[in-house]
Design a protein around this ligand. Structure first.
Ligand SMILES: Cc1cc2nc3c(=O)[nH]c(=O)nc-3n(C[C@H](O)[C@H](O)[C@H](O)COP(=O)(O)OP(=O)(O)OC[C@H]3O[C@@H](n4cnc5c(N)ncnc54)[C@H](O)[C@@H]3O)c2cc1C
Length: 211
């Protein structure tokens, strides 16, 4: 689905660059985005949606936000020797087992260790151990592990908001455990903000200046 959205984005004129943003140029409003290769992209509007890294970018605009990373892990088992028709969630042990097109995925845990610490895959192994107890037939073969960052705010409510400091800057971050679920709704609201359209809902609870 994401690939199809990407294809459509390019079809209607979107341009894709995969480079780190390292700075901004601004006067009373945003003027441009500076990339790691030194190139500059002029822009009247900029949406900051860099997940848990958005705080590093907002700092560059003198607009700190109390954003942390809740790190999580998953293990993908390509040949599990069992099949599942639905996900199994075990809240007390903080993990989920889900069927995917490429096997079974065991995900979960919350680790507060910042953006820079190396992954601790022992955490992924613990979830796999619990999953094997839940599903004794499960075989852990051909597996891979992954660590990701959940962008977390202290009140667990995302920021979907124009900047309070720099005209032309918008924020879409802090979706925590539900960033995939809320992606389309957030994109729609940000689009409505950018194009000055009527908003589907009152976004004041998601304002950046609530902290
Ligand atoms: C184990 C685990 C399981 C999860 N399960 C679910 C689930 O079942 N359902 C759900 O809804 N959510 C789930 N989530 C949460 C979800 O993954 C996040 O909420 C979501 O990815 C946040 O989306 P985002 O676009 O804000 O940030 P990200 O997905 O983190 O994307 C941010 C992007 O910005 C880029 N970036 C960062 N800094 C810069 C920079 N300086 N310049 C340019 N680019 C930059 C990054 O490279 C990245 O591509 C899970 C998370 C984890 C860790």
């Amino acid at each position: 689905m994401v690939r199809e959205l990407f294809r459509k984005f390019k079809e209607i004129g979107g341009e894709f660059k995969q480079l780190k943003v390292v700075g901004f140029e601004r006067s009373d409003r945003i003027k441009s985005v500076v990339l790691e290769d030194g190139s500059v992209l002029n822009a009247d509007e900029v949406v900051l949606c860099a997940g848990a890294h958005t705080g590093q970018l907002s700092n560059l605009l003198d607009e700190p936000i109390p954003l942390e990373t809740e790190r999580g892990y998953h293990t993908q088992i390509m040949a599990p020797k069992i099949s599942l028709k639905h996900s199994i969630i075990w809240p007390a042990k903080a993990f989920v087992i889900s069927p995917t097109a490429g096997g079974i995925r065991i995900g979960g845990t919350v680790e507060m260790a910042g953006l820079d610490a190396a992954p601790n895959y022992e955490r992924a192994k613990i979830s796999v151990k619990h999953a094997c107890k839940t599903l004794p037939e499960l075989k852990v073969q051909e597996s891979s592990q992954w660590m990701g960052h959940r962008p977390a705010l202290p009140d667990t409510i995302p920021i979907i908001s124009p900047s309070a400091k720099t005209y032309g800057v918008f924020y879409a971050t802090g979706h925590g455990h539900l960033g995939l679920t809320y992606a389309a709704t957030t994109a729609k609201l940000i689009g409505q903000l950018l194009f000055n359209e009527n908003l589907d809902l009152d976004i004041s609870p998601y304002s950046i200046d609530r902290f």
